[in-house]
Write a protein that binds this ligand. Structure first.
Ligand code: F6R
Length: 259
């Protein structure tokens, strides 16, 4: 894992945008997360699209997850959220922005079909990830199989509480079920780019980077992946004990630029 610790999340957004841009310029397949964490990166990519001719026309995108039971027209579906926050502001073909179908009559079949569609597209080249305060990635809550595939999961009450801010601070409005890419599915993306900001992510980041690989911290599965970049602000990095290993540079260039 390459761990990059920055002072401020604006700096993280620029580095993340640099990384994603290199894939966009080659028309690669993007894996997108929702939630607050990637918003700065999306805004920076939108700015580069407007001001620097960064074109997404040859890209396609796959979302990590979706609430089960909300109609697609609901403003808090991830289908709507990613369009509002990102993809409607760039020139990606809307038909190429894919997400799990949280309204499917046969969710198990829809989940398997989603996995197949990622494979049929040749897999995800760069996957943007946030992390839950309990160490979840996608909506793979603790105890999720580290080899899991796209499927229905029940959200932990803490995650429901965390996400109530998007539902008028009313936990009763937050769906309790989601369809999420599995940890095995996420792990097939060729490059994982995980961002985390703020002190409430510090424990999860420490467990992910320095703890044992364990289903109790689903993000710890990233330790088994061959190409992971983690960008955190100092607050999210505050639980790390071994920072002497991080922020290393090759020929005076941070490694995300050197390779
Ligand atoms: C969202 C997702 C989740 C979030 C995580 C952090 O698509 O997959 O894993 O990344 O819950 O959420 P924020 O960024 O809102 O703190």
């Amino acid at each position: 894992m390459e761990i990059v610790i920055v002072q401020h999340k604006d700096e993280a957004a620029k580095i993340a945008a640099d990384i994603v841009e290199s894939y966009v310029r080659e028309g690669k397949t993007l894996g997108l997360a929702t939630g607050s964490t990637p918003l700065g990166t999306y805004q920076e990519l939108i700015r580069r699209h407007r001001e620097q001719d960064l074109s997404f026309r040859d890209c396609q995108a796959f979302l990590l997850d979706e609430y089960v039971g909300l109609p697609r027209s609901h403003e808090q579906t991830y289908y709507q959220t990613i369009r509002r926050e990102f993809t409607s502001h760039i020139d990606i073909d809307d038909a190429q922005v894919h997400s799990p179908d949280g309204t499917a009559e046969h969710p198990g079949e829809a989940a398997r079909a989603y996995d197949r569609s990622i494979g049929d597209a040749g897999g995800v080249d760069i996957q943007i990830l946030g992390i839950g305060s309990d160490g979840h990635i996608g909506f793979n809550e603790p105890t999720s199989s580290l080899q899991s595939r796209t499927r229905i999961k029940t959200l932990h009450p803490d995650t429901v509480r965390d996400n109530a801010r998007f539902f008028d601070d009313d936990e009763s409005k937050v769906p309790h079920h989601v369809m999420t890419q599995g940890i095995g599915t996420i792990g097939e993306a060729r490059h994982l780019l995980l961002l985390a900001f703020g002190e409430n992510k510090a424990e999860a980041i420490a467990a992910m980077v320095e703890g044992p690989v364990s289903a109790m911290c689903p993000a710890s599965a990233l330790q088994m992946h061959e190409h992971v970049t983690v960008i955190v602000d100092t607050a999210a990095a505050s639980g790390l004990k071994h920072t002497q290993y991080y922020n290393y540079a090759l020929e005076n260039k941070p490694t995300w630029q050197a390779f």
